[in-house]
Design a protein around this ligand. Structure first.
Ligand code: NAD
Ligand code: ZN
Length: 379
């Protein structure tokens, strides 16, 4: 029997207060309104951004809230005006959208949609500002327009990528955020040539996805740089051929890399959020052609300094948001790459828990254990 148009009662992990364990309980999910889609989430994984907004340090706290933004699911019903997807379609909800009409969406160069660009402060839906989640009538706020820590969620149609229904949702769901960001930074922005050298700063999930991009581009040297030596063993599985720990040297790491590579790497990708690493990532690329790409999100008041001569000597510095992918137009193609075994995702998924144990996923991340913990909604 169809439940379209009706309120659904289902389980969700609710964050009632900053830093307090999530509580798995029954909530109500209203039907999708104009340009909205209601999605049954099958799998969701935990990313640093969820933890950051759960801790709510240095932000305007917004609670109670349903977090979660890396997920895979199936469309249950659609609201008025939705023609691109229909019930039964397999989708990945994405934290940043693509309206397909604004100047950014119409530009080939940009994925920073005016209408649906990431908005961390918004707690309601774009259409009417209201929430579709409630508990005994009391509203529960949305997060990034996705709120995937719920068996059912409501998402703007511009924030769902319709994917191949054959794709395993418990694997491709990591393409909703971190993996696409790192992978895209390499393949779409740094674009190393076959046989080239690549330096990756920061060997967390995003940096390792950038390394996966370098492997796919057939780079010959993939140099991983991290302050935490525990990261090095794992990084070997992701194609890193050499490692540098800046703490092991008494000169700047960019000089170490220049010596290792006869003047610098062909490209570098910074995935740390540290401005010191950003400067090193830029200054370690070869003059004449080197390209550095910034991915890490710095602290609010950060700035950095480098000598302009590095630009005059024909080095390029770029930055990227979500690996320059347009969520609806491009992500289905990345899923196809996984299906054709051109891109590996399984190695990113190091843990798995049922929804009831979602707080364990937070513990793994806080302890820096593993890369991605898969949360199974039906278990
Ligand atoms: P993570 O914390 O798991 O990994 C970061 C790694 O960087 C750690 O291993 C840490 O030891 C290392 N590191 C920190 N400072 C360093 C330094 N100075 N030199 C060398 N290594 C250093 O984080 P993650 O989940 O992999 O995310 C990486 C970054 O990407 C974060 O800043 C995150 O906010 C950002 N991010 C950006 C986008 C985007 O669209 N631009 C999207 C998602 C995440
Ligand atoms: Zn747009």
């Amino acid at each position: 029997m169809s439940i379209a148009g009706q309120v659904i009662r289902c389980k969700a992990a609710v964050a009632w207060e900053a830093g307090k364990p999530l509580s798995v309980e029954e909530i109500e999910v209203a039907p999708p309104q104009k340009n909205e889609v209601r999605v049954k989430i099958h799998f969701t994984s935990l990313c640093h951004t969820d933890v950051y907004f759960w801790e709510a340090k240095g932000q305007n706290p917004l609670f109670p809230r349903i977090l979660g933004h890396e997920a895979g699911g199936v469309v249950e019903s659609v609201g008025e005006g939705v023609i691109d997807v229909q019930p039964g379609d397999h989708v990945l909800p994405i934290f940043t959208g693509e309206c397909k009409e604004c100047p950014h969406c119409l530009s080939e160069a940009s994925n920073m949609c005016d209408l649906l660009r990431i908005n961390t402060e918004r707690g309601g839906m774009l259409h009417d500002g209201h929430t579709r989640f409630s508990k005994d009538g009391k509203p529960i706020y949305h997060f990034l327009g996705t709120s995937t820590f719920s068996e059912y969620t409501v998402v703007h149609v511009g924030q769902v990528a319709k994917i191949n229904p054959e794709a395993p949702l418990d694997k491709v769901c990591v393409l909703s955020c971190g993996m696409s960001t790192g992978f895209g930074a390499t393949v779409n922005v740094a674009k190393p040539k076959k046989g080239g050298s690549v330096a990756i700063f920061g060997l967390g999930a995003v940096g390792l996805a950038a390394a996966e991009g370098a492997r796919v581009c057939e780079a010959s040297r993939i140099i991983g740089i991290d302050l935490n030596p525990n990261r090095f063993e794992e990084a070997k599985k992701f194609g890193c051929t050499e490692f540098v720990n800046p703490k092991d040297h008494n000169k700047p790491v960019q000089e170490v890399i220049a010596e290792m590579t006869g003047g610098g790497v062909d490209c570098s990708i910074e995935c740390t959020g540290s401005t010191q690493a950003m400067v090193s990532a830029f200054e370690c690329v070869h003059d004449g052609w080197g390209v550095a790409v910034l991915v890490g999100v710095p602290s609010r008041d950060d700035s950095f300094k480098t000598h302009p001569i590095h630009f005059l000597n024909e080095r390029t510095l770029r930055g990227t948001f979500f690996g320059n992918y347009k969520p609806r137009s491009d992500i289905p193609g990345v899923v196809e790459k996984y299906m054709k075994k051109e891109l590996e995702l399984d190695k990113f998924i190091t843990h798995s828990v049922p929804l009831l144990d979602i707080n364990k996923a937070f513990e793994y991340m806080l302890r820096g254990e593993g890369l991605r913990c898969m949360i199974r909604m039906d278990a």
